[in-house]
Design a protein around this ligand. Structure first.
Ligand code: ADP
Ligand code: ADP
Ligand code: ZN
Length: 845
């Protein structure tokens, strides 16, 4: 019983009351068309229930929210473990988070620095050590030579109060009783035998004079004087919190510390503990910018004091040795290490030499650091800098970091649910990612991945396919079984592609190179190495290269932002470049990303594609509506007049939950119908306005077949494979892939100017082979109309159909950012140094 998860009667969203078994402690892939119900099963049912169980197992405090966590629509799930989801949403809202902090590498580095870091004087950069009593004596004796002359005395003082308010009556009395004769208060000497009245509400600094030794006796190499000095220093350090102040007759002073302090500059170090290296702690943060690194919150100007390093100077002067190969004399501060890429840091910690004693005390910590770095290498993130801000990571990168952290946590017996972990990853790096998934499994976990990637499906132990169609046409289990046996299943569309029965064809001919192009000159943002790239117009162009090679920086940050600035006056600052030529050949540039369509739940496919206006006009034009005097606004759920006012046309009302996402419940006035009874009495072809919103795009295309303005817009939604969506389905419930295709459909239905440049970043995210095939048809249709389509892609099925490839690399990060080659897929496949070419060759035969 314990080796299976059994799901009975799952009905969430479009799931058709399905029952299935999933083997535990295996790597399981869930495949199927986009919109078939994979996420509804994996995330909204299995994970949601697993998370409830997890919360149940927590404290009573957490359990009080259990009742408010929505229970998925499923009869029963047996054999479920506590579940952890690793999706692509950006989670960290903390603007201070970096790759190093979210992976905990930074925490371990702080401990490492506190244990074996060597402090250096901020002024003279010399290494400083804790001074022993003997060393202090030497320092004082050395200071008495030369310029001091032989007159006067050296005072040894102990700081007992540092700039704090109070009368200190008792303290002074105690000092007197302990036998001290004099104190220095706020720089002035007093006899302890006299009455000293301090202002209660003023800050005072009190230093007790421990001894005053004639310079002459110290200079005469007198044993007794030396002992007296040693005793005085000992007392001073004990009384003065590890610090003794030496005041010479000429008025110069220095501070000595039995902790860390520079014997030459008297520069005293604060206690070297992990807190010192935290920019989130007032103890370690730069005191000017409070650890922000910038002059102000949200400003780009660097803090004048720390120049963006975020730590106080002392923290930056605790160093680890450079690797043995380096000739540099200064060591590495924690900030120097943070600037390294994962790869460079891995190399550093492999080669750095610690003494035997140091190895003993760093061993476990160092192991944690190295392990975590290795996990990040394994998931193909070697090019990321440790100090990269979490907020600037792509969804795929963030997900893979969390995946790496999970492998590091060595949790056993959990259920992991992942969403397309291969997103953003070049074919070359797939193997190591899959290896990581298998590692997670081998630790004793069940790993459930929603995935379309062929390598991952083949490497999994078990495959479940949901389908056969999308939306209302999906929601069934069409195939389930152990791999590779399940690949023989004739019902499975995925298997048909894996067997090669179905495939995306390489085009017979490619569009010939045209003469017009967008010429990008001197691109040098992020890792781009001052490169020149030409994007041919009216072609299907793919930008390729391993993860981190600079694809987005070139295509989005530089080309797109510069074109948008020129065409629309966009204020977004483009990436560094010297020129972008050829903008006059285009009159529009459109980014088709996977972001939500419209920001409010009121947006839906009907409003976004613009067929909702005409539909309302149709209702307002019916005989009954005209008779009652109902205008177009009556049929709007956005303005009062015809909608249900109780829910303001939402059909649902929101209940705010403390700590948890808002819960939506069906409006009890309109019962979810969004309109008033009277409005719903108006019928067109026997359907009211709410019933129209409930139609799928497919049904509505048929229903409005004789009304071209509506029909044509809906037809394009069908063409991009979204026939299953309901007209009124809230935009916030669409997946990224669905949203992207709604945007494409809306572009397709516009009158073609033939001079638009479209940019898409990994449009195959969330798409099955079959969906990719359909998407390609749409994209090529846009090019046939004379437009330019630029796609950033790793998917070889897409790459092989392109007219022209721009291959960046050769590696990610610093070792990337150059143009490996531009040319047709055949050209690239012949190029020995291109990773893309190596994989492409196999597909082109
Ligand atoms: P997949 O993961 O296979 O792409 P999903 O499970 O996300 O598919 O979606 C299955 C169907 O359920 C789709 O028609 C989708 O539009 C619909 N759907 C998803 N989320 C919601 C929701 N919150 N409310 C209503 N319908 C939803
Ligand atoms: P790709 O799109 O090919 O995966 P990117 O253009 O996203 O590559 O990144 C290229 C390089 O620039 C990588 O080393 C990446 O870490 C770095 N990079 C990207 N965005 C930022 C950013 N906002 N801040 C700092 N470095 C960045
Ligand atoms: Zn209502």
């Amino acid at each position: 019983m314990n080796d299976k998860i059994i799901i009975k009667g799952a009905r969430e969203h479009n799931l058709k009351n399905i029952t299935l078994e999933i083997p535990r402690n295996q790597l399981v892939t869930i495949t199927g068309l986009s919109g078939s119900g994979k996420s509804s099963l994996a995330f909204d049912t299995i994970f949601a229930e697993g998370q409830r169980r997890y919360v149940e197992s927590l404290s009573a405090y957490a359990r009080q929210f259990l009742g408010q966590m929505e229970k998925p629509d499923v009869d029963e799930i047996e054999g479920l473990s506590p579940a952890i989801s690793i999706d692509q949403k950006a989670h960290s809202a903390n603007p201070r988070s970096t790759v190093a902090t979210i992976t905990e590498i930074y925490d371990y580095l702080r401990v490492l620095y506190a244990r074996v870091g060597k402090p250096h004087c901020v002024k003279c950069k010399k290494e400083i050590e804790k001074l022993s009593n003997e060393q202090m004596v030497d320092v004082v004796l050395k200071g008495t030579g030369g310029t001091q002359g032989t007159k006067g005395a050296v005072k040894i003082l102990a700081p007992v109060v540092l700039g704090r308010k109070g009368e200190y009556y008792q303290l002074l009395y105690d000092l007197y009783n302990s036998g001290f004769a004099r104190v220095r208060i706020d720089g002035q000497l007093f006899d302890l035998s006299q009455q000293i009245k301090l202002k209660k509400y003023q800050q005072h600094t009190i230093e007790v004079v421990v001894d005053s030794i004639p310079v002459s006796s110290l200079m005469s190499d007198d044993k007794e004087a030396r002992q007296r000095l040693a005793d005085a220093l000992e007392t001073a350090v004990r009384r003065g919190n590890d610090v003794a102040i030496i005041a010479y007759p000429d008025g110069t002073e220095r501070m000595l510390s039995s902790k860390f302090s520079c014997p030459d500059d008297g520069f005293a170090f604060p206690e070297i503990e992990p807190r010192l290296f935290s920019f989130n702690s007032p103890y370690g943060a730069c005191q000017v910018c409070h650890g922000l690194g910038t002059a102000e919150l949200f400003s780009e100007e660097l803090c004048g004091a720390c120049t963006g390093d975020r730590l106080r100077p002392e923290a930056l002067h605790v160093w680890l040795p450079r690797s043995s190969a380096s000739t540099d004399t200064s060591g590495l501060s924690i900030v120097d290490i943070s600037r390294m890429s994962i790869e460079a840091a891995t190399e550093y910690f492999r080669s750095v030499q610690f003494s035997e004693r140091e190895q003993e005390i760093t061993g476990p910590v160092l192991k944690e650091v190295v392990n975590r770095l290795q996990f990040m290498m394994d998931v193909g993130l070697h090019y990321l800098a440790l100090n990269r801000m979490a907020g600037t990571l792509s969804g795929g990168e963030a997900q893979r970091i969390r995946l790496a952290s999970q492998v590091g946590s060595r949790l056993v017996g959990a259920l992991y649910v992942l969403d397309e972990p291969t997103i953003g990853l070049h074919q070359r790096d797939n193997d190591r990612l899959i290896e990581t998934l298998l590692q997670l499994r081998d630790l004793g976990n069940t790993v459930l991945v929603v995935e379309h990637d062929e390598d991952t499906i083949r490497a999994s132990d078990y495959m479940v396919e949901i389908g056969p169609g999308a939306g209302v046409h999906g929601g069934f289990v069409v195939a389930a079984g152990r791999t590779p046996d399940v690949f023989k299943d004739k019902n499975s569309l995925t298997a048909a592609y894996l067997r090669g029965d179905k495939k995306i064809e390489v085009p017979e001919t490619r569009r010939k190179a045209g003469k017009d192009s967008i010429k990008i000159r001197g691109a040098s943002e992020n890792n781009l190495k001052n490169i020149d790239v030409d994007i041919p117009l009216r072609r299907f162009v793919c930008v390729t290269g391993v993860s981190g090679s600079g694809k987005s920086t070139l295509a989005y940050d530089t080309m797109y932002k510069e074109l948008a600035r020129r065409l629309y006056g966009s204020k977004d600052r483009p990436g560094k470049h010297t020129a972008v030529l050829g903008a006059e050949y285009i009159d529009k540039t459109v980014l088709i990303d996977q972001g939500a369509i419209g920001r409010t739940p009121r947006s839906n496919p009907a409003t976004y594609t613009g067929c909702w206006g005409p539909i309302r006009e149709i209702f307002a034009a019916t005989e009954e509506a005209r008779f009652r005097g109902y205008k177009v606004g009556r049929f709007s759920f956005n303005v009062p007049g015809g909608r249900c006012e109780s829910c303001e046309g939402h059909g649902t009302t929101a209940i705010e939950m403390h700590f948890l996402p808002t819960v939506y419940v069906t409006c009890d006035v309109c019962k979810g119908k969004r309109f008033e009874r009277e409005t719903l009495e108006i019928l067109f072809k026997e359907k009211n306005v709410f019933q129209v919103l409930q139609m799928t795009v497919e049904e509505a295309t048929e229903f409005f077949s004789e009304i071209p303005v509506v029909h044509d817009k809906l037809k394009t939604l069908n063409e991009v494979g979204l026939g299953y969506l309901r007209l009124g389905q809230s935009a916030t419930t669409l997946s990224g892939g669905e949203a992207q295709r709604v945007k494409l459909a809306s572009e397709l239905s516009k009158r073609a100017t033939g001079r638009t440049l479209y940019l898409l970043d990994e449009p195959t995210t969330g798409l099955h082979f079959e969906d990719v095939k359909r998407l390609l048809e749409v994209l090529h249709k846009l090019v046939d109309k004379g437009n330019t389509v630029v796609v950033i892609e790793h998917n070889l099925d897409v790459i092989k159909t392109a007219d022209w490839l721009i291959d960046l690399g050769p590696e990610g990060g610093d070792k990337g950012g150059t143009l490996v080659m531009a040319g047709t897929p055949e050209d690239i496949a012949r190029h020995a140094k291109s990773y893309t070419g190596q994989y492409l060759k196999r597909m082109l035969k």
